[in-house]
Design a protein around this ligand. Structure first.
Ligand code: HEC
Ligand code: HEC
Ligand code: HEC
Ligand code: HEC
Ligand code: HEC
Length: 179
């Protein structure tokens, strides 16, 4: 038996959490970014690998969003029709050394533990959780990061894993994700 007090507290958190519907749960959430950065142009048309900008999701907990320096690896040399745009928005920001304040789209609260490594290393594609990012001019939220979404996959990840994977489950005990 779970003590009634715990049931009430957990129940209230669930009800309040659901009622408030924070933005992180809303599919299609796509906040205006400081620069209209296009994944379709970069990861799609120009086939730049996700890992070029989101460094080492297979080796670190965060996939991370690139620093302006990463953009400048290419944009110091790449001049294009609307190079003024790049100049004004990217180079000027780099010169004044202000980091671009990209708005987060996926952002779990502190009480949830997530690590990209465990997921990427078993062969889950970025697209399973984030959708077909390489076709998006503007990234919008695809995965709803409620607990139930994590658990649907953890109970049976096989449809999302590469054929022949030995992994048949993700952890479902509370302390795996709430530590
Ligand atoms: C690996 C090389 C590379 C990196 C890194 C890179 N870009 Fe680009 N970028 C390109 C190429 C190639 C194009 C397309 C140029 C063309 O079509 O003439 C482009 C186009 C653009 C454009 C204009 C085209 C459009 O329709 O959006 C913007 C703005 C831009 N990049 C911003 C950025 C920003 C911001 C970053 C860093 C987050 C970045 N780029 C990182 C290669 C790169
Ligand atoms: C040239 C650099 C570059 C490449 C290549 C790139 N991204 Fe990104 N990505 C960014 C930047 C900059 C942002 C932040 C601005 C935005 O949301 O558009 C971002 C944001 C994201 C976000 C949202 C992060 C958040 O705020 O929660 C996801 C998810 C993402 N990228 C996935 C991918 C995937 C998957 C690929 C490969 C198919 C990819 N990216 C390739 C630069 C890149
Ligand atoms: C199993 C689902 C899953 C897979 C697979 C996955 N992600 Fe994520 N991603 C998430 C979740 C959940 C978050 C929010 C993490 C947080 O807030 O701590 C996130 C956050 C991000 C962010 C925002 C910055 C950060 O690190 O928190 C970027 C960028 C990103 N993912 C890119 C990628 C790329 C690129 C890949 C493939 C190499 C990938 N993701 C694979 C679920 C996934
Ligand atoms: C598409 C399937 C999928 C989704 C969605 C998913 N996971 Fe996982 N997760 C897995 C698999 C498979 C494993 C087991 C990996 C292994 O056995 O090496 C795992 C392992 C984990 C682990 C244990 C490894 C570690 O880093 O400690 C944690 C924690 C975790 N997931 C958290 C989450 C959270 C939080 C979410 C939701 C925001 C989530 N996962 C969504 C498939 C998924
Ligand atoms: C696979 C990962 C995972 C496991 C296992 C898991 N949780 Fe969660 N839990 C989450 C995520 C993700 C959220 C949603 C966080 C958010 O965005 O508010 C969450 C939220 C919660 C919340 C707060 C509800 C709210 O609205 O914010 C409670 C309470 C909670 N979990 C309890 C538990 C208990 C009890 C267990 C064990 C029976 C458990 N969790 C197992 C991932 C997990």
């Amino acid at each position: 038996m779970v003590p009634i007090g715990v049931t009430c507290v957990v129940g209230t958190m669930l009800v309040v959490g659901w009622g408030a519907q924070p933005q992180r749960f809303v599919r299609g959430y796509a906040p205006a970014q400081p620069i209209p950065f296009s994944h379709k142009v970069h990861a799609g048309a120009n086939r730049i690998p996700c890992e070029y900008c989101h460094t080492n999701p297979e080796r670190s907990r965060d996939a991370s969003v690139p620093a302006v320096q990463t953009c400048m690896n290419c944009h110091r040399a790449i001049t294009m029709a609307d190079s003024n745009y790049i100049k004004q928005n990217v180079i000027a920001r780099l010169a004044s050394d202000t980091a671009l304040a990209w708005k987060r789209i996926y952002d779990l609260p502190d009480h949830v533990y997530f690590d990209h490594r465990a997921h990427v290393n078993v062969g889950l594609q970025c697209q399973v959780c984030h959708g077909e990012v390489q076709t998006m001019d503007v990234v919008s939220r695809v995965m709803n990061t409620r607990m139930g979404e994590c658990l649907i996959c953890h109970r049976d990840p096989r449809p999302y894993l590469p054929a022949g994977s030995a992994v048949t489950q993700g952890p479902t005990e509370c302390t795996a994700c709430h530590r």
